[in-house]
Design a protein around this ligand. Sequence first.
Ligand code: GLY
Length: 369
Amino acid sequence: MQNRYEEAARQATQKFRRTAEAAAREGLIPYKSEEGRWIGSPYDGNSWWTGGFWPALMWQLYEREKDEFFLAEARRAEKLLTDEFRVFRYLNHDVGFMYLLSCGADAKLTGNEQARQDTLHAASLLMGRFNPAGYIRAWNHPAQAGYAIIDCMMNLSLLFWASRQTGDPRFANTARIHADTSLREFVRPDGSVSHIIELDPETGARVREHAGQGYCLGSQWSRGQAWGLYGFTLAYLNTREKRYLDAAVKIADNFRRHIRPDGLTDCDFCQPDTEERIDNIAGGIAACGLLELEKITGDPACREAAEKLVNGLLDHCCDWTDARCGILTKCTASYHDDGAGRHTNITYGDYFLVEALAKLNGTDPMLWL
Ligand code: GLY
């Protein structure tokens, strides 16, 4: 299989070498591609939570090829993202995704000191969202002061990184408190996870679960399952605390049971059989988490499942032509709201496909740590 993954990574590099020039020309950070064009974020301009994945993709390809074009394109997007520090009003807990994968990647791969400081700045913004009642607030709407979401497990890596950089334990301690709240409130007995839990912002007591981007209340939104799988794996890699590894393994076991025979991933594991709604982003994220889990536990079932997911994407849902700018098809942002894309190419899907291929090929710079 090795050659297959290497060939796919090579094709991805060549395709983005061609199509990234159009993004630079148009001055945008790609969110998705349709009909041969890049399209920027659907909401909130360059503050939209996905902005870091494009530079992260460029850093992945730079690390692989050492082609200065990818470095320049990553830094072009990084500048647009750091300009958002001055906008502020849209920024939320997703500063982890946005800045660890852009400025943090730059600092990690090139030693850029300004990029390191910008990443620390983002970590301070994330700290500012911590409610001492026990969680990091997800979003900014006044009615959502108590909302915490499973996706935030991925943002915690920014805090762990900041503690390692500064020697100040506040960042990591905060991340641990949020991770422990997530462990208690989100992980269900069957290994599935909730998307949104509303907590009382005064006491931290559970108020209720919300359905979020999945099919219905109590269902299993697949991308949320993947964020939990990879997020708890990262919490373990950052702390070596076994309870996070146990959670990651439990969530992975549940995810593995729901991979479709063709290797693709339904948008929600509880969606009706009559509904053909796929989210391949979830498969890409889960493959990355499973490959990290395999390295930690040595369990071959994790690698087998990751390969099934990646093979599914390569067999059925990769567009290597120039008909569209990106590669991965059948990406779906949300179960009930198609505004951010349904069954289309979405850039963070491409990012996780490329990260998974890099892990399989042994070239992943591991931008999350
Ligand atoms: N983190 C938001 C999403 O996965 O759609």
